[in-house]
Design a protein. Structure first.
Length: 364
């Protein structure tokens, strides 16, 4: 009888071991399965926040080919050569001769070099045929380095502006975040989300709280140690101070809409590919910094998905450039009617060497 009980104990123990090994095998095998994808809460937090206003499900961004852009740290490198190498990586069947022509017209401010690689953040200007009477429109793209199609639209607009006499004055920064573009990351080379790093009036109080609560401390949306800590942020503020835009356009992906921070009393022209929405803004975002804090309207163009844009698609967005010009004029009229004061940021864009390093690990 005693011998029989020992046999049963041994059999029961053996069965437990076999089941445990089988469970471990299944878990490991599932982890290695090519089609298995994990979507964390931090990855979908913005879609969760927008689910009531967006009529579509979150889109899966297609992997973009990594651009063949070298790390350019030599300041004596010719700006136009650097511009050529960067813009040639964009999709849209742009002619090399046209890119060289556009790059020959680019400029760079002394303060506009990326945080880590010290790559120049260049800009392209086109004056209004009406002189000072037209609106001044600032365009920013590739604020997030993994949103390549945004830069293709900006380059297409640069190409078009070079061939027309526009009613408004335009300044285009096609690659705000060259380090992030090289790394194919949303953040810059320092691991900071530029669109959460603008020194909004409530940045110190709320930026980290929002980051922890709504972004679940996602590294992709880290706002930095202090507002305006990043070279890319300070560069765009430097442009705002010097150019003094009446209207700002930021081109992003992948939500598929036109997000407007500005006076809501204006009629929005229809643009079939993208619906108009007003989604609000976060501490440290460009929309909050310029519209709420300084009275300058901001239109965020959210291209749909992360697909490369063919030439035909880019031509469709030429119409959007005309539409945004109209919205800029209407917005300026509304701002004046509402008595909204438009202020130039007084943020100091020059920093000492001691404050350039962003110590992310010391954030509580």
């Amino acid at each position: 009888m005693k011998f029989s009980r020992e046999i049963w104990r041994y059999a029961f123990f053996s069965l437990l071991v076999v089941n445990f090994v089988a469970l471990v095998y299944l878990l490991v095998d599932k982890e290695k399965e090519p089609g298995a994808e994990k979507l964390t809460q931090s990855d979908t937090v913005e879609f969760d926040r927008l689910k009531e206003v967006l009529p579509v499900k979150p889109v899966k961004k297609e992997g973009l080919p990594k651009p063949t852009i070298p790390v350019l740290v030599e300041k004596n490198k010719d700006l136009h050569e650097i511009c050529n190498k960067q813009l040639e990586a964009f999709t849209g069947d742009f002619k090399a001769s046209k890119i060289r022509e556009l790059c020959a017209q680019t400029q760079v401010f002394d303060q506009c070099y990326s945080q880590v690689d010290k790559t120049p953040i260049f800009h392209f200007d086109k004056n209004s045929r009406f002189g000072d009477k037209g609106q001044r429109i600032l365009v920013l793209s590739l604020v997030h380095g993994d949103e390549g199609p945004s830069a293709s639209v900006a380059l297409s607009w640069m190409e078009r502006l070079s061939e027309i006499n526009p009613r408004n004055t335009w300044r285009v920064l096609p690659i705000v975040n060259p380090d992030g573009y090289r790394l194919q990351t949303r953040t810059n080379g320092n691991g900071v989300d530029i669109n959460r790093n603008y020194p909004t009036a409530d940045w110190t109080e709320l930026a980290h709280k929002y980051w922890k609560k709504f972004a679940k401390s996602s590294e992709r949306r880290f706002p930095g140690k202090v507002g305006g800590s990043e070279a890319e942020t300070r560069c765009t503020i430097r442009h705002i101070q010097e150019f003094q835009p009446d209207f700002i356009i930021a081109i992003h992906t992948p939500l598929g809409l036109l997000d407007f921070d500005g006076p809501t009393m204006i009629p929005f022209p229809k643009f079939a590919p993208l619906p108009w929405r007003s989604l609000g803004h976060f501490p440290g975002s460009l929309g909050r910094y310029m519209w709420r804090d300084h009275g300058v309207p901001v239109l965020t163009v959210e291209l749909k998905g992360g697909k490369k844009l063919a030439r035909k698609s880019l031509e469709q967005f030429d119409q959007l450039q005309d539409i945004t010009g109209t919205v800029a004029i209407q917005s300026q009229r509304a701002v004046k009617e509402l008595g909204i004061e438009q202020k130039t940021p007084d943020f100091k864009t020059k920093v000492s060497n001691n404050s350039k390093k962003n110590d992310k690990d010391k954030v509580n």
